[in-house]
Design a protein around this ligand. Structure first.
Ligand SMILES: Cc1ncc(COP(=O)(O)O)c(C=O)c1O
Length: 403
């Protein structure tokens, strides 16, 4: 067996023996894994269904059309592009479709929970565009008044809503109204919450956003990729041109097939129950952590993720996430709002429930997980205790459905 296949086996086992609390990760179904490893990867298909540059597209056209139709149905959109290679290129395609270099955009800042592609200075979105950022209130909620003031002062051409590390529901209507008042476009990047939006457990950006982007591989539980959705035919044409030929060449047909399967799975009633459970588990994990003296940014959660403010625990997010990883609990270090520490040693960790909910964990299991986390904090320098916790974690998580 090649070294790579050996490493894949090891990674599969590692995932099976870990409590995976990274808020942007999940487990895809066996059908999706089959699609990803299929003959579709052998095919070039530049263009769009029934308008391609190469022959031999009869099945590829059908697959991409099914993906588009399911995306439209799931999100109540008139137009869907399913070809963007991932979330970052999808956002870039929207900027390429709507903006000129140096145009002004307004998005949530990275330290407040936004994404790099929402205008951070290390991203092309912050280098080639004039990027202005909004933040949070001291209570950890989006500062809508600040958005309004910045919009009036800077007149951005595009306002971005959406986030990578924010625990409350987004008021898309309020942001849409601000955008309308200054004649700006409103892009809702719902990468983190698209499953919750699709199933109605989080408010929908339409009709208050002009365009929605989302990755397909987080709560939505598909393979890596992205959707760009709109109800505006003019914008739809511009977006299609921006994706191909503007930014990309041949679409990744195997991923598009996997996305089509994920969307079909998300249209089934069980997926709504799954999303409800994701939120119930996040709330239960938050309450269990609070009962052990942990502080949560914004006091709790209304979605699938939690931000733990570690300042009262005398430990930084880097040290804790590494110690948790050593006992097979995967999290990521994360800045907390107004964090004065460096992003390499921030004062928080981010926890999410999408992956563990796919395995079938319920509210009562969140008590067990909170207990493991608390034990790690209390035994941070005790290697024997950590080794014992690791054994308990593996015994606990391997009781659940395996992927
Ligand atoms: C809100 C948001 N947008 C875009 C992206 C980028 O997606 P990708 O990593 O697929 O490029 C992410 C990924 O974390 C995200 O959280």
């Amino acid at each position: 067996m090649s070294t790579i296949l050996e490493l894949i086996k090891k990674e599969t086992l590692r995932q099976a023996q870990s409590i995976r609390l990274i808020a942007s990760e999940n487990y895809v179904s066996q059908d999706i894994l089959i699609a990803l490893g299929s003959s579709l990867t052998n095919k070039y298909s530049e263009g769009y269904p029934y308008h391609r540059y190469y022959e031999g597209q009869e099945y590829i056209d059908e697959i991409e059309t099914l993906a588009i139709e399911s995306a439209k149905k799931l999100f109540g959109a008139e137009f869907a592009n399913v070809q963007a290679y991932s979330g970052s290129p999808a956002n870039l395609a929207v900027y390429f479709a709507l903006l000129e270099p140096h145009d002004t955009i307004l998005g949530l800042s990275l330290p407040a929970g936004g994404h790099l592609t929402h205008g951070h200075k290390v991203s092309i979105s912050g280098k080639w565009l004039n990027s202005i950022s909004y933040g949070l209130t001291p209570e950890g909620h989006i500062n809508y008044e600040e958005i309004e003031q910045l919009a009036q002062a800077h007149k951005p051409k595009l306002i971005i809503s959406g986030h990578s590390a924010y625990t409350r529901q987004v008021d898309f209507k309020r942001i849409g109204d601000i955008a309308k008042s200054i004649g700006a476009y409103h892009l809702a990047d719902i990468s983190h919450i698209s499953g919750l939006v699709a199933t109605g457990v989080h408010p929908h950006p339409f009709p208050d956003a002009d365009i929605i982007t989302t990755t397909t591989h987080k709560v939505l539980r598909g393979p890596r990729g992205a959707l760009i959705l709109t109800n505006n035919p003019e914008l739809a044409t511009k977006i299609d041109k921006a994706v191909f030929p503007g930014l990309q060449g041949g679409p990744h047909n195997n991923n598009i097939a996997g996305i089509a399967i994920a969307l079909e799975e998300a249209l089934a009633p069980e997926y709504t129950q799954y999303c409800e459970q994701v939120i119930a588990n996040a709330k239960a994990l938050g309450e269990a952590l609070k009962s052990k003296g942990f502080t949560l940014v914004s006091g709790g959660t209304e979605n699938h993720l939690l931000l733990v403010d570690l300042r009262n625990k005398n430990i930084d997010g880097d040290t804790l996430s590494k110690a948790l990883n050593s006992v097979h609990i995967e999290t990521n270090k994360n800045s907390i709002p107004f964090d004065t520490a460096s992003p390499f040693k921030p004062n928080g960790i981010r926890l999410g429930t999408p992956a563990i909910t796919t395995l079938g964990l319920k509210e009562a299991d969140m008590e067990t997980i909170a207990d493991f986390i608390n034990q790690v904090v209390e035994s941070i320098d005790n290697t024997d205790t950590l080794a014992h916790i690791k054994e308990q974690v593996i015994a606990f998580i391997t009781q659940f459905k395996q992927y």
